[in-house]
Structures are given as structure tokens and as C-alpha cells.
Design a protein around this ligand. Structure first.
Ligand code: NAD
Length: 233
């Protein structure tokens, strides 16, 4: 299928859902995990999956935060052409939801309103003791030290760490939107982080309207455009 044919299909869709991952934000300067220059190919004492796990957070909070502030937070990042196009589609009534594995808040910064964040957001933080909420700016004040609440409790980012379940309400709403979609565009994800990656299995629309836009080809996708998602969208 040519790019023009994909565009015609998107033009005639009325309920697009976009399902994305870290590759959506690489053009904003935030590294993904599995590209050649991604975090998994940089050398650390421990693998990122270990550091970004719930067990590690509670057992080695200081080391967790050193990595987290250094590698997971990028306050200068701005939405790129992909975020902006998806927000435009929502405004035009063509796109019903963005379901994202990202934790950077860039879809909302681009103007998207219906965004389901399966893995939470670095912009929200919560005291593990009293539940008080903090912004990213709040916790950056003490970075790279462990942020502490006024009550003395440790503040934890509202992100889903390895070993933690997905947020229930976001998950249910995301699944419901995917089930109602007449086109599902999957983009910038290696589809290796479960259970999020399994969400595309809920799509019930025409098979030719299940489209992947990814730099790296993914086996099994009939309709795929391989390249930069910002340019392609
Ligand atoms: P991943 O790193 O496993 O895979 C990213 C995929 O995106 C790769 O297949 C890569 O080829 C592709 N890609 C990279 N740049 C691209 C571009 N410009 N255009 C099109 N494709 C591009 O990411 P994942 O599948 O999302 O899983 C990693 C997990 O880590 C997720 O939970 C994710 O939320 C989290 N994470 C989030 C951020 C963020 O919020 N920006 C950054 C890193 C990791």
C-alpha cells in the first residue's frame, strides 16, 4: 500500500485510536528503551528493568532516583509533529483517544484531551505515606536526592514500575475505546512490554485499518510504514 492510500484510509476513518510508545517521543529528544541509542543500550551497573521496578524503588530509593532524574526526566522536551497531528485529529473529531505507554505528558502538552496513560506520568507524584500529591517541579527541587513529603514519607512518581499492575480505570477506558475504533494506529513501540502490548488484540475494526508506524519493522503487521512517526503522521 502506498502512503497516499494510507492517507485516504485515515481520511475516511471516523473513530481513530492511536496506541503509542516511547518512539513517539524520540523526535522530541527523549530516548526510548530499545533503539540503538535507547536506554537499554547504554551501560549501567544494573539493567534499567531492574532499576525501574517496584522492588528496587523501595529497596534502593536513592539509586532509583539518581537514574530516574538523570534518564527519565527531560523538562526541555516539547511535543513533536506526531503529538501535534494526533491532537489536531482529535479536535477535528476524527480521533477518539490516544492510548499511550509514555509517561512524559507530551500528548496533553500538544493539546490532546482524551489520553489514557497506561504507565502513569512523571508529572504526578505521590507520598507513599500520606498520599499527598506533588508536581514534577516540586520533586525536582531536591533532585537528585530522594524527594520527601512534609510528613516525612518518601514521594513516589505516579508511574507504573515493573512489577506493578496497570491503573484499572485507565485500562478499562483504553480497552473500551480500542474496541470501538474503526482504525487503530500503533506507533513508536516495540510491543514488548506486557500487558500494555496486548491491548491491540481488543481492536475489532477492519484488518486493513490496523496500521503500524514504527522505525523498526515488527513481524506480523501486514500494514506497516517504517520510518519516523513525526514525518509519517
Ligand atoms: P521501546 O523502547 O521498547 O520501543 C520503541 C520503538 O519505537 C522501537 O521499535 C523503535 O524502533 C521505535 N521508534 C523509535 N523512534 C521512532 C520514531 N521517531 N518513529 C517511529 N518509531 C520510532 O518502547 P515501548 O514499546 O514504548 O516500551 C518501553 C516502555 O518504557 C514503555 O512503557 C514506555 O512508556 C517507557 N518509556 C517511556 C518514555 C517516554 O515517556 N517518552 C521513554 C522511554 C521509555
Amino acid at each position: 500500500m502506498t502512503l497516499e492510500e494510507y492517507r485516504e484510509r485515515a481520511d475516511s476513518a471516523k473513530r481513530i485510536v492511536f496506541f503509542g510508545g516511547a518512539g513517539v517521543s524520540t523526535e522530541s529528544g527523549i530516548p526510548d528503551f530499545r533503539s540503538v541509542d535507547g536506554l537499554y543500550n547504554q551501560k549501567y551497573d544494573e539493567p534499567p528493568e531492574t532499576i525501574l521496578s517496584a522492588d528496587y524503588f523501595y529497596a534502593h530509593t536513592e539509586k532509583f532516583y539518581k537514574f530516574y532524574f538523570d534518564k527519565m526526566i527531560c523538562t526541555s522536551a516539547k511535543p513533536n509533529a506526531a503529538h501535534i497531528k494526533l491532537a489536531e485529529w482529535e479536535k477535528a473529531g476524527k480521533l477518539s483517544a490516544v492510548v499511550t505507554q509514555n509517561i512524559d505528558g507530551l500528548h496533553q502538552a500538544a493539546g490532546s484531551k482524551k489520553v489514557y496513560e497506561l504507565h502513569g506520568s512523571t508529572l504526578r507524584n505521590v507520598c507513599t505515606h500520606c498520599g499527598r500529591r506533588y508536581s514534577l517541579a516540586d520533586i525536582l527541587k531536591t533532585a537528585p536526592n530522594v524527594p520527601k513529603c512534609a510528613c516525612g514519607g518518601i514521594i513516589k512518581p505516579d508511574v507504573v514500575l515493573y512489577g506493578e499492575p496497570l491503573p484499572q480505570i485507565e485500562t478499562e477506558r483504553a480497552v473500551s475505546e480500542i474496541m470501538k475504533a474503526d482504525m487503530l494506529i500503533v506507533g513508536g513501540t516495540s510491543l514488548t512490554v506486557y500487558p500494555a502490548a496486548a491491548f491491540i488484540g481488543y481492536y475489532r475494526g477492519a484488518p486493513e485499518n490496523l496500521i503500524l508506524i514504527n522505525k523498526t519493522p515488527i513481524a506480523g503487521f501486514v500494514n506497516q510504514l517504517n520510518g519516523k512517526i513525526g514525518e509519517i503522521l
